[in-house]
Design a binder for this molecule. Structure first.
Ligand SMILES: [Zn+2]
Length: 250
């Protein structure tokens, strides 16, 4: 662990119960480190993981780093107060999105396991920036290996056997149906801000896109097809099971 202190933090006003993963979205890791430690930029994270696996710490965990911005998850807004943020170096969709390296993912896994265990963070409170700010953010994106992390207890995944309804209608932008409300309810139970009615509006399209980046990365197209719907209900069921077994925790 390499210390590279950022001036961009302040005091927390909530207990830590969430881990937020990001990509840096800048051409190089060096450029990202410069920005995250520049007082004028007013952004930061607790950690940054380089492509060669090196881990930098920028902010103490008991301080609030400025990485999430306007955000929402499971009834809570402004996630900076209650979360630890890890920036993972990748040029991102704007500068040439590419696979995260093996060394980098190994470091992310070790760091995340340590954080989650020390703070008792539940799997359903390990999220991507795009999950908590779906209208603004794409990171860490569809190349990020959430499934590998979930096998180590980091984040929620779902049973391999999916119940895909072959007769399910695909929902997409502009459609209105009772099934859309059902999808919203399931997304809300997972943690997204899914409120709204029967109309599949732009807000819901952003949620479906964020969901696909995280749990159905093979096709990210904002269409709630039969498989996407099945995965949504399966992730919701996983969240329910884990909530029941740890009801005393958020
Ligand atoms: Zn981010």
């Amino acid at each position: 662990m390499i210390w590279r202190a950022s001036p961009n933090f302040d005091a927390r006003d909530a207990d830590i119960d969430t881990l937020v993963l990001h990509y840096t979205g800048m051409p190089t890791g060096g450029a990202a480190l410069d920005r995250l430690t520049d007082a004028a930029a007013e952004v930061s994270a607790h950690y940054l993981v380089e492509e060669n696996g090196e881990v930098y710490q920028l902010v103490e965990e008991d301080s609030r780093a400025w990485h999430a911005g306007v955000s929402y998850w499971r009834g809570a807004a402004n996630l900076n107060a209650r979360s630890i943020g890890i920036e993972i170096v990748n040029p991102g969709h704007e500068f040439g999105y590419r696979s995260f390296t093996k060394a980098q993912m190994a470091s992310v896994a070790v760091l995340a396991v340590d954080i989650v265990e020390r703070h008792g963070i539940l799997p359903r409170n390990v999220v991507g920036h795009s999950d908590i700010a779906p209208l603004r953010k794409n990171d860490p994106g569809e190349l990020f290996d959430w499934k590998m992390l979930s096998a180590k207890g980091i984040g929620l995944w779902f049973a391999d056997h999916l119940e895909i309804n072959p007769a399910a209608v695909s929902y997409s932008l502009g459609m209105a149906a009772g099934g859309v409300t059902k999808l919203r309810d399931a997304l809300t139970e997972i943690g997204y801000d899914g409120q709204g009615g029967e109309l599949y509006d732009a807000g819901l399209a952003a949620l479906i896109t964020a969901f696909q980046r995280h749990w159905r990365p093979a096709r990210v197209d904002a269409v709630a097809d039969a498989e996407t719907q099945a995965v949504i209900y399966a992730v919701r069921d996983s969240a329910r099971r884990l909530t029941r077994s740890s009801a005393h925790l958020r």
